[in-house]
Design a protein around this ligand. Structure first.
Ligand code: MN
Length: 487
């Protein structure tokens, strides 16, 4: 059937059995949504189909794709839990149930929203695929957001995408999805800036194109000359929102941004990555301080690559990213590629059982959310503790501690142990003695010293960013809880 053909084509190797079940799920969804249209005027089932297609493109398995087709039948369609379970089994039902929001009657407004998020995360801790369906659903909602007739609603949905869903995709290592969500949301929230950055990107791209293709050729030649022939070289252009964020950080100085276009080299093995790096540095002078080895030290979301920036010799400066095919897939699809290729991860799990390292935060989240009862506080803390840009710092032993941006050594100390936090007396960052309120930067090695006589003061409250540290300081200084208002 032509409708599900798109899904089957996006799947790696759909069997006849897959085709039959997916077809069946499509007909089920069509029936459940009969007579319903979306705000774009399209029949509702088109949204179900696109969500499922997104999931197929992420490389997800059949159960997830089927649940994608059915993801709105409980909330918006005319289907019952029993029917789904009978027709498609308990697993699919669990996935559909997990993405379904809470009933409108019992909860309202912000409270419903927050409780639905909580429910989503709890289901996710049992089966990661729940969250991935939610993200596939959100991507299509964003792609059709222009059809919404209320500007305030568009803005609210775009903001939520930028603050919660894109960071979630990032934390799952799903780089492509994160970028797509951000770029869809960007123009609704910052229309002028989005237009400006788009223009800028166009100009730059045209200016770079010429020397880029020349450099591309010399690069391939140089690698081949050293016996590296099984190499794929292409280039990528920076995404809009990502460039915007960088411009803000660089105080609008576009000359300081070298990775607007970057050359990407994909090689068969890790050894080849380092070999390619050596060949490149032998031929072109690298910019000091811009070599990043994310292969030896992956980003905590799993991202791996070697980055370097070189002078091209004809006045250009260009970033080069070197990685294996596997790392490339991982960078684009993150956890989804694990769920698909390595198997087993999609299965239901008991609390904390063998969650892969880069999603351990989901379990942390489940524990964390038990302590945050107030609705407004929940959302604020959620954004702060889990979805703000992160810094990754090291203990002197080399353990990575993952903290929100602008965290200080106080947050660091409490992240290690509340006793250490409560008695911190001094801190060294990268071997240098600094004050307790110094902000931590990526890659800092942080060493704290403690004293029995040292205790939290109210000043610490101003310096601490994380909920964990603030909660501990509050208890230690006997200050009553401050209520955060929901914006
Ligand atoms: Mn939906």
């Amino acid at each position: 059937m032509s409708n599900v053909k798109e899904i089957l084509d996006s799947m790696k190797s759909a069997t006849d059995d897959d085709a039959r079940v997916i077809e069946n799920a499509y007909l089920f969804a069509e029936k459940a949504h009969v007579g319903q249209t979306r705000f774009t005027g399209d029949p509702y089932v088109k949204h179900s189909l696109q969500t499922a297609k997104n999931l197929a493109e992420f490389g997800m398995d059949r159960d997830t794709i089927v649940a994608g087709l059915l993801h709105d039948v409980l909330e918006d369609g005319h289907a019952t839990a029993k029917e789904i379970e009978k027709e498609f089994g308990r697993r699919v039902f669990f996935l559909v149930e997990g993405v379904t929001k809470l009933g409108k009657l019992k909860y309202q407004g912000v409270e419903r929203h927050v409780e639905s998020l909580r429910k989503l995360f709890i289901a996710t801790a049992q089966d990661m695929r729940v969250l991935i369906i939610k993200l596939a659903d959100r991507l299509h909602n964003m792609q059709t957001l222009h059809g919404h007739n209320r500007e305030d609603k568009q803005k609210r949905i775009a903001l939520e995408t930028l603050e919660i869903y894109a960071p979630l995709a990032d934390r799952l290592g799903m780089g492509r999805l994160k970028g797509e969500l951000e770029d869809e949301a960007f123009p609704y929230l910052y229309p002028q800036e989005a237009r400006r950055v788009k223009e800028l990107l166009k100009e730059r791209r045209q200016a770079n194109e010429k020397y880029l293709s020349k450099f591309h050729r010399s690069l391939q030649k140089e690698l081949a000359h050293h016996g590296m022939k099984n190499v794929h070289v292409d280039y990528r252009v920076k995404r809009l929102f990502s460039l915007y964020k960088k411009l803000v950080r660089a105080k609008s100085d576009i000359e300081k941004i070298y990775d607007i276009t970057a050359v990407r080299i994909i090689v068969p093995t890790i050894e080849d990555c380092y070999k390619a790096l050596g060949i490149i540095h032998g031929a072109w002078r690298p910019l000091p301080g811009r070599i990043k080895d994310y292969i030896a030290l992956p980003k905590p979301n799993g991202y791996q690559s070697i980055h370097t920036t070189v002078f091209t010799g004809d006045g250009g400066i260009i970033e080069i990213q070197i990685r294996t095919e596997e790392m490339h897939k991982e960078a684009e699809f993150g956890i989804a590629s694990h769920l698909a290729y390595k198997g087993g991860m999609g299965k239901p799990r008991k609390k904390g059982e063998n969650l892969p390292k880069n999603v351990l935060w989901i379990q942390q989240f489940i524990d964390w959310q038990k302590h945050v009862s107030e609705t407004g506080e929940f959302l604020e803390n959620l954004k702060m503790d889990f979805f703000k840009d992160r810094v990754f710092v090291f203990t002197p032993k080399g353990d990575v501690i993952d903290l929100p941006e602008d965290s200080t050594s106080i947050d660091f100390a409490y992240a290690i142990h509340s006793d250490i936090g409560n008695h911190i007396s001094g801190v060294k960052i990268n071997g240098k003695l600094v004050s307790l309120d110094s902000k931590l930067k990526n890659g800092d090695i942080v060493e704290v010293t403690t004293k029995k006589g040292s205790h939290p003061t109210s000043k610490w409250m101003e310096w601490a960013k994380t909920t964990l540290a603030r909660k501990n300081i509050r208890v230690a200084t006997h200050k009553p809880a401050q209520k955060t208002k929901f914006k």
